[in-house]
Design a protein around this ligand. Sequence first.
Ligand code: KIV
Length: 274
Amino acid sequence: MKNSSTTSGPKKITTKVIGAMKKEGTRIACLTAYDFITARLLDQSGVDLILVGDSLAQVFQGQPTTLPVTLDEMIYHAKTVIRGVDRAMVIIDMPFMSYQVNDEEGFRNAGRIMKETGAGGVKLEGGERVANLVRLMVRAGIPVMGHLGLTPQSIYQFGGFTPRGVTPGEARQMMKDAKILEEAGAFGIVLEKIPAGLAAKITKSLTIPTIGIGAGVHCDGQILVVSDMLGLYEDFRPRFVRYYAHLAETIRQSVGGYVKDVKEEKFPAEKESY
Ligand code: KIV
């Protein structure tokens, strides 16, 4: 029987707590956030780990992919999120081209994120090819989260949004990449859009937790993009997104009501005036 995470848990979530949650079989509940108000609500609701994902390029900036968001923009959003969080661990995505040129540049940029935002760690995409950088960062005391599977920064190379790790060769490489990230010192790995069976195998083979998104129920934790699960972002709905609310409709109805009241001079009322 697995435990479920609650707000009555430890005061501040750290890599140590996240690691202990895997050992105990306590599932890790993660969501993305890009701003102060949302981050505060997620923290108050018991989310264990908040990711300032580079998905903010799509859901906050309206870009077609995650590629355009800059390091400065990530840092700006990270600062706003961290101001809203007391308990959750906050991890910041390293955006496209902030670590791909060489390890030294990636190392410096990770340092900038840590120094300027006060985050609990960084996330980057890739396995074997980023292992040396992960080692450098971990040696410097920066907690690192890996990301394998349908890694969005490689979307043009993949040529589409179909699941990864479906061929035996790809699955073998992903198992190897996960092990390499663990050995390099990563404290956890996001597994995105891969077969549930492969995610279960990877999860079993590691001592560090896996966080799934479209990777089945056997991962140690789950993550969703907050605007997806709240039903705010309706343009694209992958099969792994469950709507826990329909906020887009709620906002349209609420704002429609306000517009109507203003037009009909029903707002403000006397008690709302001075
Ligand atoms: O950028 C992001 O939101 C992510 C999650 C989907 C894992 O990387």
